[in-house]
Design a protein around this ligand. Structure first.
Ligand SMILES: [Zn+2]
Ligand SMILES: [Zn+2]
Length: 297
């Protein structure tokens, strides 16, 4: 790739689009600085990473569990909203941090812009500094933690046959059964309820405290219904804890939120349906479900 050709063509494009602006006689220091920055980017092309721009591997996780989950729960990005103050340490797994730092160390000639382009989740070079600190601290912390954990473990389980296993950081989402099933559905129902209250401008006539308790109790009670037995079980299967196959997987999306009766069964068609109870299959509005708390024991 010939850099001069690129610059000549760039000049042509710039003149064609911005040539009408009167040319000032001298180049300002800001303009020189901007050119130097562009030149750094241009040099990155020379180091052939231009060819890689379309081929690098993204570090984004594909959510392989999505196909068995509720569609709406795939936007779990509320856990790490980009415009919220990002907690850099937790946003990346230890493995990701290590692999990024390792890659940078192996490619000392790459410029900052090409690094940021390659790892889209890395927003600035400050991240790399934090990663390095984290990796060096975490290595020693893990050893310490393991030792303390082992001491405590032995005091409770003195038998040498008992073994302490520590899951590596970042693995919870893959091995904790409820992370693989129930929590997503829980969030899904929660979102639906919140959505309903916003759309219908529902008046809530109780304290926040009581409202929260009622809502969580109702969600828990709904997900405890027999229709969701397989859903809960699927988490244990995906985590590799039990070895079974499931034929039908009931999801809240189909069981609670596919309804044709648009009004609550409990009064004279005054309130909109929020969900169908997974236990009794009646239609409930927000008031009768949550404020009057509809629970099956
Ligand atoms: Zn019911
Ligand atoms: Zn009602």
């Amino acid at each position: 790739m010939n850099l001069v050709n690129i610059v000549e063509h760039l000049l042509h494009l710039t003149k064609a689009e911005f040539g009408f602006e009167a040319k000032t006689t001298t180049t300002t220091s800001d303009e020189i600085f901007a050119s130097q920055q562009l030149f750094e980017i241009l040099k990155a092309f020379k180091h052939s990473c231009f060819n890689e721009l379309h081929t690098y591997d993204s570090l984004e996780f594909d959510d392989e569990y999505d196909d068995m989950m509720d569609d709406d729960s795939s936007d779990d990005s509320d856990d790490f909203e980009e415009n919220q103050d990002p907690d850099i340490r937790n946003y990346f797994t230890l493995e990701e941090k290590k692999s990024i730092v390792e890659w940078i160390d192996q490619h000392p000639n790459y410029t900052i812009s090409s690094i940021l382009h390659r790892f889209r989740k890395v927003k600035s070079m400050t991240y790399i500094k934090i990663f390095r600190e984290y990796i060096s601290q975490n290595g020693s912390n893990l050893e310490e933690k393991t030792q303390t954990g082992l001491d405590k473990f032995r005091s409770v389980f003195p038998n040498q046959k008992s073994e302490l296993l520590i899951f590596p950081e970042g693995s919870t989402g893959y091995v904790q059964p409820q992370d693989l099933s129930l929590f997503r559905s829980w969030k899904f129902i929660h979102k639906k309820i919140e959505h309903y209250t916003r759309i219908n401008r529902t008046m809530i006539n109780m304290s926040d405290h009581q409202y929260f308790i009622n809502m969580q109790s109702v969600i828990h009670n709904q997900l405890s219904a027999p229709s969701f037995k397989n859903l809960t079980k699927s988490g244990f299967i995906n985590a590799g804890i039990i070895d079974e196959t499931i034929e039908e997987l009931g999801k809240p999306k189909d069981i609670c939120f596919k309804f044709y009766d648009l009004y609550c069964s409990m009064n004279n068609y005054e309130n909109r349906t929020l969900l169908i109870c997974a236990w009794c299959k009646k239609h409930f509005c927000h008031y009768h479900l949550i404020e009057k708390i509809h629970i099956h024991l």
